[in-house]
Design a protein around this ligand. Structure first.
Ligand SMILES: *Cc1c(COP(=O)(O)O)cnc(C)c1O
Length: 494
């Protein structure tokens, strides 16, 4: 092998070197018995790699990755806030990490107290005191919430309700959830101020309406100005109101969904409550509901009688939706996060996240086009890239890819679906002013490049080991396991 200075870092995924040994089993201390021939396979062709090379391989890969511990991760709707390390200290306590889900409850009172108190906190934060910690994700929380609403109508003998109303700005999981629960989805239009169009809503609500399902602030980052009226229109028609509270950042400690007329919401502990996510979880999406809906919640719920905690099954439960106690360590992290703020300070999450989003918007709004320029945003904002496309031939994907060259993770793009060429930016409360300034400076520089050198954006990113990927192929035909090249095995040949 020849050594050259400054050679580009190789992207070598294939590290196998026949004869290398990564792990040596200890000497056997039992009599040697040959394995049955039918269990012996030569065709597995496992990689042969020394321990140090395995470590270097994965360290090299990890250094090509981007994470919240490196910098701003402004994915709108996803809330990629910093995950305090104190949460990780808490889950590493042996009482948390070593407790077994099948232990008798009398030996697990401490963790049951934690779950009970978390139920209480989430009930208080949301204004909806009947709480289940079971759902493993926001989408699963939605399904639980809609099944609870369905059970409520059916128990009252109200069997004609077959529709769920959903605004056109909704997260894709909302219509998917409703369809999975057997409902027809009826779309409600948004108006020019980014609110639900009340006339459109009135024309679609009926005695077939089981529920309306919406996010507030919505996915445009705007508070629904007619929230009470929307909820009254649906309640007057006998429907219930489901709030998608995946992200409560903008309102936590300031407004409670229960007080605004919502009957059921879920919230993502892995968004609002600083549980790490991305890469597939494990998440947690507790559901909070009105007291009279408690009887339908999934089992088990943690209850308290005197000083004793117990698992209970609600009388008309929709059943079990997750094994054991849900994603328990996500619960411990969220509990730690809530306790580290304390009741008086939780509202600072909302204050700073909204301030940060409006500050960032103010820095870029003369150059990029806010979707609803006349309104201040909540915890996130949406830019419309139509003018960039028309004037410079640069689309939002090009802008997002160029952001990578400046060392930042790009925002959410092409969602919500009602905004063409959109960029959806959520800085979160955990960014300093300096990091917001740096990110804004990059956005402004990129806008300048779009004007003067659009080709630079079309070919971006330039500074990464791989450039534009075929996202569709990656999603449709993922390669999920190691497929070794067919290197002839020297030893077999010998
Ligand atoms: C993230 C999100 C969801 C889905 O949550 P998952 O945990 O990814 O299933 C639903 N609604 C909104 C508004 C979200 O931002």
């Amino acid at each position: 092998m020849s050594i050259t200075a400054n050679k580009p870092e190789p992207l070598l995924y294939e590290q196998s070197n026949p004869g290398s040994i990564g792990y040596a089993l200890p000497e056997s201390d039992v009599p040697h018995t040959p394995l049955p021939a039918h269990l012996m396979r030569a065709d597995l062709n496992l990689p042969e790699v020394a321990e140090v090379d395995v470590v270097r391989h994965f360290t090299r890969l990890s250094q090509k990755n981007y994470c919240v511990d490196l910098g701003i991760y402004p994915l709108g709707s996803c809330t990629m806030k910093y995950n305090p390390k104190m949460n990780e200290d808490a889950i590493q306590l042996t009482g948390m990490s070593q407790v077994h889900p099948m232990q008798p409850p009398e030996t697990a009172q401490g963790v049951m107290q934690l779950m009970y108190e978390l139920q209480e906190y989430l009930g208080e934060i949301s204004g909806l005191p009947a709480v289940t910690l079971q759902p493993a994700a926001g989408a699963q929380g939605e399904l639980v919430g809609i099944l609870v609403i369905r059970a409520y109508h059916l128990k009252r003998g109200d069997t004609g309700r077959s529709e769920v109303l959903i605004p056109d700005s909704a997260h894709g999981t909302n219509p998917a959830t409703s369809a999975m629960a057997g409902y027809r989805v009826v779309e409600v239009k948004s108006d020019a101020r980014g609110n639900m169009d009340l006339d459109d809503l009135r024309s679609k609500v009926s005695d077939k309406t089981a529920a309306i399902m919406f996010t507030n602030p919505n996915t445009l980052g705007l508070f629904e100005e007619h929230v009470r009226e929307v909820n009254k229109i649906v309640h007057d028609a006998g429907g219930l109101v489901y709030g998608d509270g995946a992200n409560l950042n903008a309102i936590i400690g300031i407004a409670r969904p229960g007080d605004l007329g919502f009957d059921v919401i879920h919230s993502n502990l892995h968004k609002t409550f600083s549980v790490p996510h991305g890469g597939g979880g494990p998440g947690s999406g507790p559901v909070m509901a009105r007291p009279d809906l408690a009887e339908f919640l999934p089992t088990p719920i943690v209850s308290k009688k005197g000083d004793v905690y117990a698992f209970e099954t609600p009388t008309n439960t929709i059943g079990r939706i997750k094994s054991f106690w849900g994603n328990f360590l996500a619960l411990v992290r969220a509990y730690t996060y809530i306790r580290s703020y304390g009741k008086e300070h939780l509202r600072e999450i909302a204050e700073i996240s909204v301030l940060n989003a409006n500050y960032l918007l103010a820095l870029v709004r003369d150059v990029y086009d806010p979707q609803v320029p006349e309104r201040t945003c909540k915890h996130e904002f949406v830019l419309n890239g139509t003018r960039f496309k028309k004037e410079y031939g640069v689309n939002t994907l090009d802008v997002a890819k160029r952001i990578i060259d400046y060392g930042f993770y790009p925002p959410t793009i092409y969602f919500p679906l009602i905004v063409p060429e959109c960029l959806m930016i959520e800085p979160t409360e955990t960014q300093s002013k300096a990091s917001l300034d740096e990110f804004a400076a990059a956005l402004l520089k990129i806008a300048e490049e779009a004007r003067t050198d659009p080709q630079l954006l079309h070919n971006a990113p330039h500074n990464t080991p791989v450039t534009r990927l075929d996202d569709v192929k990656a999603a449709r035909e993922p390669v999920l396991n190691y497929k070794p090249p067919q290197i002839p095995d020297q030893r077999k040949a010998a």
